[in-house]
Write a protein that binds this ligand. Structure first.
Ligand code: C2E
Ligand code: CA
Ligand code: CA
Length: 593
């Protein structure tokens, strides 16, 4: 701010030679005039005559008579305060009013840069200018403060939007994209928090039954729909529960403390009912089973890990016993192993090559020779129940270990054949997952060759579910193998969904009639009829037949009578670790003949 902005009064000027009476006249004519400025020839101020000083002098005794005809220089202030209009105002104010170097002069003279007179001003005008400046400054400040507030608000909004986005992102990474449920980590945190608060609650562990089959038979889209349906039903049944998908077909639900002790169990049963209700997929109604394990905090465990294990063990017991709900029971479940431990144990067993091939003979009823041996995987140190093939094979399939397990068993079995120097075909069980790997045929043929065997020495047993899941891929793989000379058997015939339809679509070499029919055929007419008509049909289609699960002489006799080609079962030889021990079957055939 410059001095020019102070209110300037154009006070009249006189030269120093003029007489005081003309100044007197000026003041008389201009009653509000504060001062008259004395200038030189160049209009530069040389003095100042303030009204009050001047009139005071004149009013004194003889004042007027004394001064009237004297030049103004005799009454002027000789060194008036002169301020160039372009001087920064603040500097002037500081110099004039704050430093105390000068006597404060109320009236001062303003000049231009060359020192020419411009006008006069006074302390009041300075104050006014200062206040005005301050007001502007304040107005500026307040408007900028307003702007600041607005900017701040905008920033705040932006920050909260960004925070929400971050939360969303964190949530998303903590959520299962398929079902929108929490995944494992946030669920475990939730459990930890409840435990920290010492708030009683129930944990329910859910594992679907038959999910793999559903996936295999109806495809992954059906599997996805099943998972989404289950997730929706978990959330719909009761308010205040927290649901999570732990991966695959596993779910977990936290039920907060309820009014009665029975409430968790009642809820879990309802949950089982809701999950197993049918759902629509692609115009069909499908149904899925479920095994549920229930564990209570703090009754069953006081640490999240232990509680999760307890629920898992109860669930595994439910699964072993055919599905439904089981409550954790220390006396029963404490000895069993959690699924995570199971997976670790199996992974280690495969890694350490602990899985062994056992051989079970398949005996030709005409030649009476064990012309084929089915290779069955065994886990000697697996213990019960995990060590049973049904269990660890299912686990291996689910956890993606089946391929490693297969090649391990395959190599060991081929070794066994070479060592025993027995001429026999080896039949391997190939699971659905393996069939869907497009490189399986090439790899199998390569490995057969590497083992010094021929494709004719090898048979592949597949189940219908493996075929149906991805018919084209599976059929193409089997066709390649068959062309190379590998025999293809359809396993567990009669237990699946579309056995007959499948026979039309794919040229198998043999049919293995499931032992559920074979073992009952001597006691149950229906089973006998099924086996007999299967044999007839197979003959028409040019397929060889194998009866599985032959456990006694009567069954063997009956099968021989109705024209079965081959037999397999405990009666002819149990699965054994070496090929040599499996020769006993032929003698029994002799008894048939
Ligand atoms: P599977 O292919 O139907 O194998 C026949 C099963 O019936 C074997 O059970 C065998 O021990 C059993 N068995 C044989 N004779 C009799 C009998 O007279 N009576 C009765 N009750 N059972 C008899 P195991 O060895 O427990 O295998 C169960 C299933 O595990 C097999 O059923 C097969 O699906 C699967 N599996 C076994 N080893 C492998 C493998 O290396 N790879 C694959 N993918 N699956 C395998
Ligand atoms: Ca088999
Ligand atoms: Ca079978």
């Amino acid at each position: 701010m410059l001095a020019a902005e102070i209110e300037i009064e154009r006070a009249p000027v006189v030269t120093d030679e003029e007489l005081c009476k003309s100044v007197d006249e000026i003041f008389r004519n201009m009653p509000l005039l504060r001062a008259v400025v004395v200038v030189d020839n160049e209009m530069k101020p040389v003095g100042l005559i303030p009204r009050s000083d001047f009139l005071l002098q004149l009013s004194q005794r003889f004042g007027r008579a004394l001064y009237e005809n004297r030049p103004v220089a005799s009454l002027m202030q000789a060194e008036p305060l002169i301020v160039p209009v372009n001087e920064p105002f603040e500097d002037f104010v500081r110099a004039q009013f704050l430093t105390g170097e000068h006597e404060v002069q109320d009236i001062f003279v303003l000049t231009d840069d060359e020192g020419h007179y411009r006008g006069i001003s006074n302390g009041r005008a300075v104050m006014k200018a200062l206040l005005d400046a301050q007001k502007i400054l304040l107005a500026d400040l307040s408007s900028s403060r307003e702007q600041l507030v607005i900017a701040n608000e905008q920033l705040g909004q932006e920050v909260s939007v960004r925070r929400a986005a971050e939360r969303e992102a964190i949530n998303a990474s903590h959520r299962d994209p398929l079902t929108g449920l929490f995944n494992r980590a946030p669920m475990v945190r939730n459990i930890d928090e409840l435990i920290e608060d010492e708030a009683p609650f129930a944990l329910i562990f859910i594992d679907l039954d038959g999910f793999k089959t559903l996936n295999d038979v109806y495809g992954h889209l059906a599997g996805d729909e099943a998972l989404r349906t289950v997730a929706r039903r978990l959330g719909e049944l009761e308010e205040g529960v927290t649901c999570a998908r732990f991966g695959g077909d596993e779910f977990a639900v936290i039920l907060p403390k309820s009014a009665s002790a029975e409430a968790p169990e009642i809820y879990a049963r309802k949950l089982h009912g809701a999950i197993t209700e049918s759902f629509e997929f692609d115009g069909r109604y499908l149904r899925i089973g479920a095994s549920l394990g229930l564990a209570l905090y703090p009754d069953n465990a006081t640490l999240s890990n232990d509680l999760l294990q307890a629920a898992d063990m109860a669930m595994l017991r439910a699964k072993r016993e055919g599905g439904g709900l089981r409550k954790y029971d220390r006396s029963v479940d404490a000895g069993s192993t959690s699924r995570r431990a199971q997976l670790q144990a199996l992974t280690a067993a495969v890694g350490e090559q602990e899985i062994e091939p056992y051989f079970q003979p398949i005996v030709d009823l005409t030649t009476r020779q064990p012309i084929v041996h089915e290779v069955l995987a065994r886990w000697p140190s697996g213990g019960d129940p995990l060590g049973r093939p049904d269990n660890f094979i299912a686990l291996a399939e689910r956890e993606g270990l089946i391929d490693d397990l297969f090649w391990l068993v395959f190599a060991k079995a081929c070794n066994g054949v070479r060592r025993a120097e027995v001429r026999t075909r080896l039949a391997f069980n190939v699971s659905a997952r393996q069939l869907h790997n497009a490189s399986l045929p090439e790899r199998l043929l390569r490995e057969i060759d590497r083992q010094g065997l021929r494709p004719e020495d090898i048979e592949v047993e597949v189940t219908e579910t493996a075929m149906i899941a991805n018919e084209k891929l599976a059929a193409a793989a089997l066709r390649k193998l068959r062309q190379a000379g590998v025999q293809i058997a359809l396993d567990d015939f009669g237990t699946g969904f579309s056995s007959l339809a499948l026979l039309h679509k794919f040229p198998f070499d043999s049919l293995k009639i499931d032992h559920s029919f074979v073992s009952r055929m001597t006691s149950e007419r229906r089973s006998l009829d099924i086996v007999a008509s299967t044999l007839l049909m197979a003959e028409r289609l040019g397929l060889k037949t194998v009866a599985e699960g032959v456990e006694d002489q009567a069954t063997l006799d009956c099968l021989a009578e109705i024209g079965c080609n081959m037999v397999q079962g405990y009666y002819l030889g149990r699965p054994a670790p070496t090929l040599l021990q499996t020769a006993s079957g032929s003698q029994k055939i002799c008894q048939v003949a």
